[in-house]
Structures are given as C-alpha cells and as structure tokens.
Write a protein that binds this ligand. Structure first.
Ligand SMILES: [Fe+2]
Ligand SMILES: [Fe+2]
Length: 215
C-alpha cells in the first residue's frame, strides 16, 4: 500500500485542531482567526473525508489533508514573509472547509456526493464564505477560487498571485501519491515532513520560477 504525501503521525483530531489554530493565531489577522476558529469548532471538519474517490478518502481525511497543506504553506511563508499570511496560511486552512457539505452518508454507511456538491461545490463555497465574512479580501477569495489550479479541475479562475500559486501547488502535491514527488530513498518515516516540504518547495520554485520569492 502506498503512502500519501505529507502523511502525518497525527491521529487525534484535537492535535490537528491545536496545530491549525496555532498557525492561525500566530500568522493570520484577527478576522481570519475568528473565521478559522469557527470553522474548526464544527466537528464535521474532523469527520469528513478529503474526497470519496481520490485522496484522503477516509473519515478524518479532510482534517489531515488540511494540516498537510497548511504545513507546507507555513514553511513557504517562513522562507518569504513578504507573502500575505492570510492568503497563504489562512486560505490553506480554509481551502477545503466547505467539503463538509459535499459528502453525505448513504443508507449503507458509504459516502456519496451531496446536492451541495453538484449545485455549489467547495471551491465556490469557500470563496463565498470568505467574501461574506471578511469583506474586501479579493486577494484571499482569489486564492480559494483558484486552488484547484485549472478550470478543468474545478477552479473558475487560474492562480494569478504568488500565494495562490503556492497554495495550489501545496494542495496538488498533498493529494498525490508520495512516490510521484519524493524519491523513494528520501521517504523516511522519521523525516517525512521535512522531505515532503523540501521537495514541494523545489517543485514550486521550478514550476513558477519563484527563486526570487522562496530563496
Ligand atoms: Fe479543493
Ligand atoms: Fe485540498
């Protein structure tokens, strides 16, 4: 069985929540902290799967995937604090939060796509949430709308800012099979996260020629 990129040793929802809240309070502005606190206070965030057919397709997968993406974005921010932390870290934490509405359990206990999935979708839903709760942050709305990277992958716009490009890459790589990104010899359980982050940042630099941003 293959590992998922960014697989963390965390199994407790409480641990994931604590780390995400620490990132929010350390790096984000108060309006984002407030929205993130509220989002993470909904138990469904820690129960929902990351998807039902692709990555993190298990109970709690959404929270784990979110933590993995957030960790990569925090590392990118530490390398380049000129980036906007709300757009990078705040949006990393919120980017898939409306997935809690996308999947419902059927009578057999299997997840299936909800009406919300078909009528709204988490990409648009997340953008609307931020736009409604934190008016005037078009830059953050853009990051949420573009986080799938391409129109054919479900984003109505493609990433135009550095923060949006990094968030998309982090999301993309954190939903791939680990062997697609990290050389096998570097997959070490003890040092998994540093290897993951290192390769992800290298990928971001190469893809978007961001050496000037990420050093
Ligand atoms: Fe997404
Ligand atoms: Fe995601």
């Amino acid at each position: 069985m293959s590992e998922r990129i960014g697989e963390t040793p965390y199994t407790s929802a409480e641990e994931i929540k604590k780390e995400l809240l620490e990132y929010a309070t350390k790096y984000c502005s108060s309006s984002f902290v407030e929205l993130i606190q509220e989002t993470l206070s909904d138990y469904r965030f820690f129960v929902a799967p990351g998807s039902i057919g692709h990555h993190h397709a298990y109970v709690g997968g959404l929270a784990k995937h979110t933590l993995e993406v957030a960790r990569v974005c925090v590392e990118a921010y530490k390398k380049q604090p000129k980036l906007d932390p709300d757009c990078l870290i705040g949006c990393a934490i919120l980017h898939d939060c409306c997935k809690i509405y996308e999947y419902v359990l059927d009578r057999h206990g299997q997840y299936e796509k909800s009406e919300y999935y078909n009528l709204v979708g988490h990409v648009t839903g997340g953008a609307m949430l931020v736009d409604r709760r934190i008016p005037g942050r078009q830059d953050a709305v853009h990051c949420l709308l573009s986080h799938h990277g391409k129109r054919e992958w479900g984003s109505p716009v493609t990433p135009r800012s550095v923060e949006a490009k990094i968030l998309h890459d982090a999301d993309y790589l954190c939903s791939r099979e680990v062997e697609e990104v990290i050389p096998a010899e570097e997959v070490d359980k003890e040092t998994f996260y540093p290897a993951h982050t290192k390769h992800m940042l290298e990928h971001v630099k190469k893809t978007h020629q961001l050496d000037v941003w990420l050093g």
